[in-house]
Design a protein around this ligand. Structure first.
Ligand code: TXA
Ligand code: MG
Length: 344
């Protein structure tokens, strides 16, 4: 069965007995979920094919979707790649640890299923005391995708991991709610100009301020192109009831809501506090101020897990500005949505 350890505080030196037990399981090629500053990850020894296979089994993840490898220092990045190009060097110096993943040429140190047969490997240094204590305690590079069942919203609390993976993984380290709320930004650093493959917690502007010119994978903006990041082609983040994204004014949103209610539909609403204050519906959940997209990111995945199939027929969700961390928010909402209601 799945063991859960609650971690209350981490001493800067050394680690707790609970983390040592989790680290021992990882060394014994088992799977353990742990918090990072973005979302919870499901970790396993990235150098061991059987250990990594347990991640794919537990999540029900397609084998062609590669995993991110987590490390605690720059030295450990060097151990996994052929070369660190200047652009990656800058990103490591200025943005790591943090909500950033860089894709580099692999030197083959990781198990083949980590990279799903690609010549590149995705690497990230989490900015979370529990993640770092665990990485140090096991002294392994940890392959860790988000710790949800494939297709479900990513977990921002240990409870979400438990809902999805109890009985399917060896342990869950509960370090409380994560901070950023959306996953890391994935940046391909193997080309001259780096390419954002997945928008995330670190914004495009923040990356540009470090490396200058940045491109965005054209597949992010269209359904036709094949994404360079294999995971981006899958449907993701699905709530239990169908989610419709509402793109328009508050009046338009209210009109859509009332129409559905008149049809006898039970409607759940996910929106900003500004909108929620205008409607007085019991079934409405605020994700924060529309003027503070970081706050919206923090609360987004919990909101996507909130409404249960038995209670609502449809979820209406506000569309947020596509800027800053809003790019990640809208990328996830577009994947979560089964349709979109546009005013114009
Ligand atoms: O914040 C995060 O990144 C979280 C925490 C746990 O670190 N992890 C996470 O992992 O979101 P996951 O597996 O849910 O998403 C990994 C993404 C996928 O879109 C995958 O296709 C992409 O990274 N990826 C992994 N390796 C790649 C590679 N070599 N080239 C391109 N994309 C890659
Ligand atoms: Mg994921």
């Amino acid at each position: 069965n799945t063991k859960v350890w609650k971690i209350n505080s981490i001493q800067t030196e050394g680690s707790s007995d609970d983390l040592d037990e989790a680290a021992q399981l990882l060394k014994a090629h088992e799977t353990v979920a742990f918090p990072t500053e973005t979302v919870y990850g499901l970790g396993a020894d990235a150098t061991c094919e059987q250990a990594v296979d347990k991640i794919f089994q537990a999540k029900g993840r397609p084998a062609d979707n590669p995993l991110i490898v987590h490390v605690a220092s720059k030295q450990k990045i060097e151990d996994l790649v052929t070369v660190i190009p200047p652009v990656a060097e800058k990103l490591i110096e200025q943005c790591m640890p943090g909500p950033l993943t860089i894709v580099l040429e692999s030197n083959g140190s990781c198990a083949a299923n980590v990279t799903a047969g690609l010549s590149t490997v995705a690497i990230r240094m989490p900015d979370h005391p529990v993640a770092n204590a665990l990485l140090k305690a096991c002294d392994l590079p940890l392959a860790a995708p988000s710790a949800n069942r494939s297709g479900r919203p990513s977990p921002t609390e240990a409870e979400h991991v438990y809902q999805d993976l109890n009985g399917r993984v060896s342990g869950i380290v509960d370090g409380g709610p994560t901070g950023v709320g959306v996953e890391s930004t994935v940046v391909d650093c193997t080309s001259e100009v780096p390419i954002i493959l997945r928008p995330g917690g670190l914004t495009k502007e923040e990356i540009e301020s470090v490396v200058g010119e940045v491109m965005v994978d054209p597949a992010l903006a269209s359904d036709r192109d094949k994404p360079k990041s294999p995971g981006m082609k899958y449907k993701h983040y699905e709530p239990e009831a169908p989610l419709w994204l509402v793109n328009g004014s508050d009046d338009f949103f209210i009109q859509q809501l009332r129409e559905l209610e008149q049809q006898g539909k039970r409607v759940g609403v996910i929106a900003s506090t500004q909108f929620i204050n205008k409607i007085e519906d019991a079934n409405a959940l605020s994700v924060g101020s529309r003027k503070d997209l970081k706050e919206v990111a923090v609360n987004l995945y919990k909101a996507l897990r909130h409404f249960k199939k038995a209670d609502v027929d449809v979820i209406l969700c506000e569309a947020f500005p596509n800027e800053g961390v809003g790019e990640a928010i809208m990328n996830r909402l577009q994947k979560a949505a089964s349709s979109q209601l546009d005013e114009f």
